[in-house]
Write a protein that binds this ligand. Structure first.
Ligand code: ATP
Length: 556
């Protein structure tokens, strides 16, 4: 579209030439009698020239020009009465970047002399916005009223709903009445065709419910058997938004860069898309769970299992159980088999970080879909040819972790695997072998320092597409049956007793898998990564705010 120069003025005696093209709304100062700017400025070109990408305009509306008029519930601050010279005005609400990946919605009001010109501007900007087909119009929202500090409903009503309504996004809201309400509703009743996306207001547990509901529904509708570990899952058609209102909100932090409801609402409104890999977890050809962040056996499994028994302690239970598990220093024997991702860009120790528009994710996603097409054509290929070479490691492990994303959170800003990618079709398998307490502490402390946590001789990390774990005492299905017949249940009970009474000095046979914050019922599992199975309303971590000095000029 041709640039459309129109002369507009803003009050406070500052005159701007405003132009709009498909990409940018720009306003350039023509004359300045009085330099008075409050707030920051979107200064992409030079002093006195400001711009906002059309894709980051939330809404535009005609503004009543009257110094007594209320705008958004706040009295407008005016040093003089512009209404006499410039009786018409329109206000553009747009994304403003604040510190640490936080987004805000800011208003810029333009005043002008001609009512028709003003209407034309509003109409043209609205037309431009209507061309942005990636923006959702109708959303299904689930609110967990009991997540985190039980503020989900208030957060949605006060911070999110007003933004959705300003951006003309309509919603159907369901306040959940019990655990698994959202999951079951998505799986069965929800009329998904009506919506452009699903939003969950809550924490990681609530997000997990939503992905389980959506993925299961999609597979069922497409006739895919979730219980078969070898099935290629069908990607979900609806994007998912997370309004953080939980205790940890790790997924939101890792995909947006901050746990802030307004920032997340704005990412939903502008229609961002961030693909995300999902791991499926099976036990003996029975589907157990999906995971998008951490699968942890040993240390992280034990911390979670112990902290679940101490819910009465509140959030302090994680610190308590962390210290207790560290001091207990249990190790577990077993066999880890994995299929290394040899044909991908990137490695777990290459020091790259997955950011907005990540090239590694795009390229690996492309490679994988090409490989899948070849696989479909070459129907005669045997499983072993397609599966590549599995590697097997037996040993005693303090921790076995699979990080499908960095797992960065406010407590551990680098995360478990700082160079893991959100959507490259792999997971980083971290094996921490039995070592002394002091060495394990060194490893743990490196998660919060600049040092490489993998640069220790008892730690190894592999980027993998699939892996299996078999605890020593059930190394085959037959062993498992034997184990159960010949007192395996007793051993489990014994392990449990030892776990609860670490003073007895026995190492329990089994740990538990921590799957995105939930305990799995089996220790022997089989995991496969499904590349870009879901899409979030997010854009990953922005490397540097695009406009470091971003902001909006003094607005009425
Ligand atoms: N109405 C409800 N009543 C009780 N439990 C619910 C309800 N709705 C959802 N849940 C369950 O509450 C659990 C925890 O919720 P959520 O993840 O929102 O908060 P959180 O656990 O405090 O945060 P995080 O998971 O980030 O640590 C979820 O597993 C979800 O299944």
């Amino acid at each position: 579209m041709e640039e459309k120069p129109l002369r507009n003025t803003e009050h406070l005696r500052r005159v701007f030439e405003v132009t709009l093209n498909r990409v940018l709304l720009t306003w350039k100062e023509l004359q300045t009698k009085k330099k008075r700017v409050s707030g920051k400025i979107h200064n992409t070109f030079k002093a006195g020239s400001y711009s906002v990408p059309v894709s980051e305009i939330v809404a535009v509306r005609e503004t009543e020009v009257d110094s007594r008029t209320k705008d958004d519930g706040r009295w407008q601050k005016m040093s003089q009465k512009p209404s006499e010279a410039y009786p018409y005005a329109f206000t553009v609400s747009c994304v403003e970047r604040a510190s640490r990946h936080r987004w805000r919605c800011s208003d810029v009001t333009f005043h002008c002399t001609d009512g028709l010109v003003c209407q034309q501007w509003v109409q043209t900007i609205r037309e431009q916005l209507s061309l942005l087909t990636c923006r959702p119009k109708h959303l299904l929202v689930y609110i967990n009223p009991y997540g985190g500090k039980q503020q989900g409903k208030r957060i949605y009503e006060e911070k999110v709903a007003p933004l959705f309504s300003r951006a003309s996004v309509s919603t159907d809201v369901i306040v959940t009445e019990h655990a698994n309400h959202a999951r079951e509703h998505l799986k069965t009743e929800a009329e998904l065709k009506k919506y452009d996306g699903v939003v969950c207001v809550g924490g990681d547990g609530m997000f997990s419910e939503v992905i389980h509901g959506l993925i299961t529904r999609t597979q069922r509708d497409c006739g895919v058997d979730q219980d078969s570990a070898e099935e290629r899952l069908v990607p979900c058609g609806l994007r998912i938004g997370i309004i953080p209102a939980g205790s940890t909100d790790c997924i939101c932090y890792a995909t947006v860069g901050i746990n802030d409801p307004v920032t997340s609402a704005l990412h939903i409104i502008v229609g961002d898309s961030q693909p995300l890999d999902v791991c499926s977890v099976h036990h003996n050809n029975t589907f157990l769970k999906y995971s998008v962040s951490l699968l942890g056996y040993g240390f992280y499994g034990d911390v979670l299992a112990d902290s679940e028994r101490k819910r009465w302690m509140g959030p302090a239970r994680y610190d308590f159980s962390g210290v207790k598990t560290f001091l207990t220093h249990n190790y577990y024997e077993g066999t880890v088999s994995f299929l290394p991702a040899t044909d991908v860009l990137g490695s777990p120790r290459d020091k790259t970080v997955c950011t907005t528009g990540c090239y590694v994710c795009q390229r690996n996603g492309q490679l994988l879909s090409e490989a899948n097409q070849d696989y479909r054509v070459d129907e005669d290929a045997s499983d072993s040819e397609c599966d590549g070479d599995w590697r097997v490691i037996r040993g005693k492990f303090l921790a076995i972790n699979a990080a499908s994303m960095s797992c960065a959170c406010p407590r551990s800003p680098k995360g478990l695997s700082p160079s893991a990618h959100l959507a490259d079709g792999t997971t980083d398998l971290i094996l921490v072998r039995k070592c002394s307490r002091i060495n394990f502490l060194r490893h743990l402390l490196r998660h919060t320092s600049k040092d490489d946590q993998f640069d220790l001789d008892f730690v190894e990390v592999h980027r993998v597409r699939k892996f299996r774990f078999t605890p020593r005492h059930c190394e085959s299905d037959a062993d498992l049956q034997l184990d159960l017949r010949e007192g395996g249940a007793g051993k489990r009970l014994f392990s449990q007793i030892c776990r609860d009474h670490p003073a007895c000095g026995c190492t329990p046979i089994y740990s538990s898998w921590n799957c995105d914050g939930e305990i799995l019922p089996h220790a022997a599992i089989q995991v496969g990564v499904h590349s870009q199975l879901i899409q979030l309303f997010a854009r990953g971590i922005e490397e540097k705010p695009v406009f470091e000095d971003a902001g909006v000029p003094c607005v009425a």
